[in-house]
Design a protein around this ligand. Structure first.
Ligand SMILES: Cc1cc2nc3c(=O)[nH]c(=O)nc-3n(C[C@H](O)[C@H](O)[C@H](O)COP(=O)(O)O)c2cc1C
Length: 217
């Protein structure tokens, strides 16, 4: 598969067959993903391949209330947990999440952490929550998903466990000064979505300034 096709068709997969993904395959896709860029090439990533069913259940239990809150906030018309205009819902009912319910049986669960001592957080002092540090870790995460696709696997990057980081940290042995940045689920997808809904270039690209004229190729 050429790179452009891979980029345009790597849809999120959350439903997997029972096919076992051998450890050797997990190793191989991490071996590809390690070539991802990071600030200063400091490669701040750590990965825990979470195999233990009891640990999986416990982190699933930590994800569930975050998911409930995500859905409840979404119903109120905001981007859940955004740092600008998030709202606190009065009622947070249980919201079913098949991935969480079946976390013990997902073929591969990867917890990804980032060593904050190895990340130059360039926007840490501009008066809003910093985001640039993510750029040293999420290309690695995305590369895992692309490397998985190259092997006939599919998956999804999730961040709901990050909201429960203080409780998840002891379950996963998260080292000091590390952030829990993602939980990645992988397997052989029952259905690989390849026709993705994304906004066109013209909708987000302008010339010279963000308030400049629309860019067209
Ligand atoms: C930063 C980030 C966080 C995400 N968190 C979750 C999550 O918590 N749960 C989940 O099911 N999917 C999660 N996703 C997957 C997105 O929902 C998915 O990439 C998006 O809806 C596009 O889906 P598509 O590729 O099928 O079009 C996340 C994706 C990203 C990049």
């Amino acid at each position: 598969m050429d790179t452009s096709t891979a980029l345009r068709t790597n849809g999120a997969a959350r439903d997997f067959t029972d096919d076992v993904v051998p450890r050797a395959t997990i190793h191989d896709l991490l071996d590809d993903a390690r070539f991802a860029p990071s600030g200063g090439n400091r490669q701040p990533w750590r990965v825990a391949v979470v195999e233990d069913r009891a640990i999986r259940r416990r982190i699933g239990d930590l994800m569930q209330p975050v998911w409930d809150g995500y859905i409840a906030r979404g119903r109120l018309g905001v981007t859940p947990y955004n740092v600008v205009d998030d709202v606190e819902p009065d009622d947070v009912p249980h919201a079913t999440n098949a991935l969480v319910d079946g976390i013990e049986d997902v073929p591969v669960v990867l917890a990804v952490a980032a060593d904050l001592r190895r990340i130059a957080m360039m926007d840490s002092a501009v008066g809003r929550p910093p985001v640039t540090g993510g750029a040293s870790i999420y290309p690695f995460c995305w590369s895992i998903l692309l490397a998985a696709r190259a092997r006939g696997l599919g998956g999804v990057l999730t961040t709901f466990l990050s909201r429960a980081e203080p409780a998840a940290a002891p379950e996963l042995g998260l080292p000091e000064h590390h952030a829990l940045v993602a939980t990645i689920f992988l397997g052989v997808p029952r259905r690989q979505v390849t026709k993705l809904r994304r906004e066109p270039v013209e909708s987000f690209t302008t010339v010279d300034r963000f308030d400049g004229p629309a860019f067209s190729g």
